[in-house]
Design a protein. Structure first.
Length: 452
């Protein structure tokens, strides 16, 4: 479970998105990632505590329906489905871009469809097969980041025979540690928080775990510690080895990744190709995990009659085949945009993700506050600080939302995200509300209680 969540979180947000955060804050991006880790911790731990008590189908969306209202449960699940659909397509755009590093003649749309066939095949297998494959893909990424940290730390403090060790001097050169002031740390948070997208998978996978109460306790704790360690330390090493103005280059080309820049500086033959393979696997793993999450969310909505009933059907192996098929709409959209020659496909899709995922996280924390106020506690562990910690997380996410006033891409996200919320709200009050059967929600919780 932890590795599936890691598989979604350790994607292009780290390998490419970190360059944009560095561009906003310089070396102080390290502080942005540290703050982001704390906010992400409140989300993962609050969600983990609730899931240990209620490992329900639909995860945090079903919990929002129980502890807030059916409307918020409906909105949370549909928003998260939009997130997973968009992220799946976006990560496959990244995969196709990385493939072009070796095969520039292959068009992006063809690369998208080729990698789409791989992850759809994986998801159509049994749940157990999916878990094993995703564990393997995530393990490759985790090992790669660990190797990067070890090699990078050696270069920072010991250097090479032909290259002296820079130490931490680059962190304070070129304008100092805070070249753009403390406000830049805040602005960079809007980029950093996207990097932690995927931690919410802990709640969704709980319903299919053999021992959810025990599994979620271990997974929630280890996931956030690993992510904080990987992000903060690896970004610190990048900034200690590459001047921040150079590392802040952004774009879809793999050559702009700060991680590629570090390995290029090592001078080992083939280092760039190895790095390219690693970031490709990272993107493929994230796409795989998000297709899984999207299909499960849609299956949950259909089971509660909040989506077409057809999506509730499963194969003999328990796989929601229709949900998987419907959740490929983001892949199709990305391929069509790439085929039509529209530029900036990656950026267009990410603008929607940023708005929706932060909204989902906010609702998770508010659901947790209602969960604790109802006198309920986790079955196997409790989040340190309880409601206070959740409140800190809410304040942090509101601060990220506030960057809409100063960051153009966040304004685009709001222009796309707000109409999506309005459409979902209209659909709820005109169609979905009449279909809600509170006994279904109660039945889901009774089933989860028996599993626990």
């Amino acid at each position: 479970m932890a590795m599936i969540a890691m598989g979604s979180a350790l994607g292009t947000g780290l390998f490419l998105g970190s360059g944009e955060a560095i561009g906003y804050a310089g070396p102080a991006a390290i502080v942005s990632f540290a703050i982001g880790s704390l906010i992400a911790a409140t989300i993962a731990l609050s969600m983990g505590e609730m899931a240990s008590r209620h490992p329900v189908r639909g995860g945090f969306g079903t919990l929002a329906a129980r502890y807030l209202s059916p409307y918020w449960g409906f909105l949370t699940r549909w928003l998260y489905w939009i997130v997973t659909v968009a992220v799946t397509g976006t990560e496959l755009v990244a995969c196709a871009t990385y493939l072009a590093y070796w095969f520039p003649a292959v068009p992006v749309w063809a690369g998208i469809l080729a990698f789409a066939a791989i992850i759809v095949g994986i998801n159509l297998a049994s749940v157990g097969s999916f878990g094993v494959i995703e564990f393997a893909l995530s393990s490759i990424k985790v090992i790669a980041v660990l190797v990067f940290i070890l090699i990078g730390a050696f270069l920072v403090f010991f250097g090479l025979p032909e290259q002296s060790a820079p130490g931490l001097s680059l962190l304070t050169s070129e304008g100092g540690f805070l070249p753009m002031g403390w406000s830049s740390v805040w602005i960079a948070l809007s980029v950093v928080m996207f990097s932690f997208g995927g931690i919410e998978l802990l709640s969704i996978t709980a319903a299919e775990a053999k021992d959810p109460a025990l599994s979620i306790r271990t997974a929630a704790r280890t996931t956030i510690v690993r992510l904080a360690f990987f992000y903060v330390l690896s970004i610190g090493i990048v900034l200690a080895l590459v001047p921040w103005r150079e590392a802040s280059s952004t774009g879809e080309d793999v050559a702009t990744s700060p991680f590629v820049m570090v390995f290029d500086r090592i001078g080992i033959p083939g280092a760039a190709s190895v790095t390219n393979l690693i970031v490709l696997i990272a993107a493929l793993s994230a796409a795989n995990a998000n297709l899984y999450a999207g299909s499960r969310i849609l299956h949950s909505l259909a089971s509660d009659r909040l989506a077409p009933r057809l999506a509730a059907r499963t194969s003999r192996r328990g796989v929601p085949v229709v949900g998987i098929a419907a959740s490929t709409v983001g892949i199709v959209g990305a391929a069509v945009l790439a085929f039509s020659g529209v530029g900036g496909v990656f950026g267009y899709m990410m603008s929607l993700v940023v708005f929706a995922v932060i909204t989902v996280w906010m609702l998770i924390l508010i659901s947790y506050i209602a969960f604790r106020r109802a006198g309920v506690q986790g079955a196997t562990f409790r989040m340190p600080g309880g409601i206070v910690s959740a409140g800190v997380g809410v304040v942090g996410l509101l601060a990220v939302f506030a960057t809409v006033f100063v960051r153009e891409s966040m304004q685009i996200a709001a222009m796309v995200g707000i109409p999506a919320v309005l459409v979902a709200t209209i659909l709820y009050f005109t169609v979905a509300r009449r279909r809600i059967d509170h006994s279904d929600i109660d039945a889901a919780f009774d089933e989860a209680e028996s599993m626990r």
